[in-house]
Write a protein that binds this ligand. Sequence first.
Ligand SMILES: C[S@@+](CC[C@H](N)C(=O)[O-])C[C@H]1O[C@@H](n2cnc3c(N)ncnc32)[C@H](O)[C@@H]1O
Length: 307
Amino acid sequence: MAPYARAPASRVDGAPGEQVPTGDSPRVQDGIAVIFDEASSYYRRLRWEKNPVVLVEKAQTHQVLVEELGSGPVGTALEIGCGPGTWTPLLADRAARVVALDLSPKMLEQARAAVAAKHVSFLQGDAAHFDPGTTFDLVMSVRVLEYVPEWREIIARLERLVAPGGRAVVITKTPVSVWRGTGRSRWFGPRNLLRRLLRHEMDPGFWQRHLPVHELTRAFAEAGMVDIRVRPVILGLPVYVRGTKQYPLVPAFAERPALAATQAVWKWVARRGRRGRLASLIFAESYAVSGRRPAAPDHAASRATVS
Ligand SMILES: C[S@@+](CC[C@H](N)C(=O)[O-])C[C@H]1O[C@@H](n2cnc3c(N)ncnc32)[C@H](O)[C@@H]1O
């Protein structure tokens, strides 16, 4: 991995900043920590609260997490990349002790302010090198892996992080989200289009990756997880006027009915079986993979199944 310079002011999930490879700069995670430090002042509102579009997306994500985490109670839980603590309360409600990890000190400040619970501890660190020497009954990570070059190492660590019988739930983006935010300009902007045509290396600042479903599920299986489930999280094409910089194909006056239709389709898909869920991934902006670590006795008998 090429070393990256510190990133200048930027927007996350809307417009990540430039990262320029240099010879003497810190690792990519240092740049990402700076970007998210800067994003901490607006991220939560911009991404999850600002308007009806993102509120629907938040509701969809919340529903998937509630269903995939189960109702608890459990002993311990870990959140990887808690950001401003958007989803940490879901773990705090289920677990007697929660560890919430993030790379960005300023995101952690926000999370501490948002989730003031004694049984939740916040830690600053890089998940790719996180080795707490203990296991957790629940491990959750929402919209983080796409920013981590060593995402495979994090998933491989589930073997040591998830307690026997415990569950892991990961939400990450699909290529559809390339059409939102800077992904669009980074892939299809004139400079990058020319780069692609000339078969030059793509913009090295485009560090945000979209993890193919089959690679993530395979990584889950290799980490010894079983009962692996895949499902769409945020459904809907990037067609709304508002949201986090999306294509304005649906004008503001048509937004409400379009959102209601999206929600209806989302609920319909949620009731479908494995095939329907997998097919609808084409229209998903993000997807979830969850799995269970076999309890000790059924370890040998368990097979890594994907549904
Ligand atoms: C897009 S935000 C998501 C925050 C939160 N999970 C949510 O959905 O609102 C991604 C978060 O992942 C954190 N992050 C990125 N790379 C990380 C890493 N290697 N280790 C730990 N946290 C990381 C960032 O600092 C940021 O807070």
